[in-house]
Design a protein around this ligand. Sequence first.
Ligand code: AMP
Length: 180
Amino acid sequence: MSTEKKLLAQNRLKEFIRDIPDFPKPGIIFKDITPLLQNALAFESTISLLANRFEGKEVDQIAGIESRGFIFAAALALQMKKGFVPVRKKGKLPWKTHRVSYQLEYGEDVLEIHQDAVWEGARILLIDDVLATGGTAQAVTGLIRKVGGIVSGVGVVIELAFLNGRDKLEGLETHSLIQY
Ligand code: AMP
């Protein structure tokens, strides 16, 4: 008997996303990924599907955006056998950083990267949980370029397509697994 596990199809993943209305602010429908993380098969399927999207693409390192982006980026880095680069909130990284401030769907934020996080010309796959307005991914793309990396693609679990975040990522190969 085969012990091989059957992963979930991409169209099943939406079942594991919970809508939380008015979080963290009135009018925002927060896409809660914790049900997906709690389910081993759904989590593994998500990582595997993301890896498939970027198969054959030149990738040297995988950058994750704090906080929820870390969860997917680190797991994907293991699966794709690449290094992981953290892009963190202000004041968290201990070494010399570059920083960028940017608009969120709900407010403003600052993100930082270590100046020596990537090597010159490294091809970086950028991973986050949600692509909303695209402001975060766009800002981090700029940060990665500033430290010498080349963004080779953007991968997210969830895309709020009605916010047209892709428009801010012109020219970048962008993949999402779940769209709203
Ligand atoms: P944006 O810069 O507008 O594309 O927003 C993307 C970032 O904000 C991601 O890091 C998400 O974690 C977070 N985010 C924005 N909107 C939502 C939402 N509706 N539900 C969950 N996270 C969100």
